[in-house]
Design a protein. Structure first.
Length: 405
């Protein structure tokens, strides 16, 4: 094929033509299977990046591949001007997980969060008796990450995200994670919503405690404020519960999802409780690509495999021994490691210095793990990772630490 003959090295093509907006690792990935990926030089990596918590089933799970291939040959896209069976069924199954309510489909985490922030505005209009622009306040958490759109950035109080893009949306203020009083102090009659990640991801794997979440729930109910949880990274089984907030036994008024939901196919969704779902009426929101038959078939395959292979059980069963092995490693190398954070298969290792050097050293030794929040190395195995693969991540990490001395 002539395309083969003229093909330039991928690195050169990126250097010449791809926007320079990422700090990208100098490897080119070409294939994946289960928990492993291969680069274009044939080197194998244990992939505990999982596409940043996207590849919930690992790479190329046969049930997922078959579902996507079959749907691609049947109907890929027809628009939300019409129904499709896959979207209806997926909505039913997400409602079954989240509780009475309704689902809207989109294509990414940022877009899911935009939907939540629009919900907050509509709730504010209802709360203030039909006045627009008055009850627009949203209280978020320090150190949060909610995406790169204007709404997402406005809810993300970090200079590295917001810098250069101001002015942002009005009405945002931020409490300290797990400090209920700091949120209570910010609430007033013009507050529409409290919005936070159940476990902060990009901010460094910082879980909201169950007591804090229950306190927020009570506060929100008392003040007619929506509790909106961003489960884009921590949801879809990552902690061993389908939604991370289930561990706290609270029910939010709205949930944002994406990442793991499509198992690698771009897919986002919001769930809104029955009492607020009627705020959206025909014409108030939409997405051309949201909830296509193909995207929904991919997400249904993820839910199928989570159920059939008991992946919530897999995470719950395997996480304790893995955490214990990681903790033993921390105890062995206190000069480099401070502590372990997170839950289930969403783990952050807080290092004593910037994580980027460690991430590069781990990659050289065959382990892909993303950084977070400056000093944190994240480990995000696929939900079907085995005990042996989890142990392998510890072995590689120990080797890298030992080499550093
Ligand atoms: C990744 C992430 C987002 C943004 O999702 P995109 O699909 O990149 O737009 C939002 N919130 C959280 C918690 C995330 O981890």
């Amino acid at each position: 094929m002539s395309a083969e003959i003229t093909r330039q090295p991928t690195a050169d093509l990126y250097d010449a033509h791809v926007l320079n907006n990422y700090g990208r690792a100098p490897i080119t990935l070409v294939r994946g299977l289960g928990s492993e990926v291969w680069d274009d030089e044939g080197k194998t990596y244990l992939d505990f990046t999982s596409g940043i918590a996207v590849s919930a089933l690992g790479h190329c799970h046969p049930h997922w591949v078959q579902a996507v291939q079959r749907q691609a040959g049947e109907l890929i896209h027809a628009s939300n001007l019409f129904r499709n069976p896959q979207q209806g069924e997926l909505a039913r199954r997400l409602v079954q997980r989240a509780g009475p309510g309704r689902v809207f489909f989109c294509n990414s985490g940022a877009e899911a969060n935009e939907g939540l922030l629009k919900l907050a505005r509509l709730h504010g209009v209802r709360k203030s008796g039909g006045v627009e622009g008055q009850c627009i306040k949203v209280i978020g958490a320090e150190n949060a990450f909610h995406g790169r759109t204007f709404g997402g950035m406005s809810a993300t109080p970090q200079e590295k995200i917001q810098g250069g893009f101001r002015p942002l949306l009005a009405g945002f203020s931020f409490g300290r994670l797990n400090d209920l009083q700091s949120f209570a102090d910010l609430i007033d009659e013009d507050t529409a919503a409290i919005f936070l990640e159940t476990i902060q991801g990009e901010g460094g794997i910082n879980p909201a405690t169950p007591e804090f979440l229950r306190g927020l729930r009570k506060l929100c109910t008392e003040h007619n404020v929506l509790l909106m949880l961003d489960e884009v990274q921590c949801g879809i089984g990552r902690t061993g519960a389908f939604y991370a907030f289930e561990h706290a036994d609270v029910r939010p008024d709205a949930i944002g999802m994406a990442k793991g939901l499509g198992g690698g196919y771009p897919m986002g969704a919001i769930w809104i409780s029955e009492t607020s779902a009627d705020l959206f009426t025909p014409g108030t929101h939409g997405s051309t690509f949201g909830g296509t038959p193909l995207a929904c078939a991919a997400a249904l395959a993820v839910l199928d495999v989570i159920e059939r292979e008991d992946l919530l059980g897999n995470v719950t069963r395997l996480a304790p021994a893995w955490h214990a092995a990681l903790q033993a490693m921390i105890d062995e190398f206190p000069q480099h490691l401070k502590r372990l954070k997170g839950a289930g298969f969403m783990i952050g290792l807080e290092m004593t210095e910037d994580a980027l050097g460690w991430v590069a050293a781990l990659r050289d030794q065959g382990l892909l793990a993303p950084p977070a929040g400056g000093n944190v190395v994240r480990l995000l195995p696929p939900l079907n990772a085995t005990a042996a693969e989890l142990q392998r991540s510890v072995d590689v990490f120990r080797r890298v630490l030992a080499a550093r001395g």
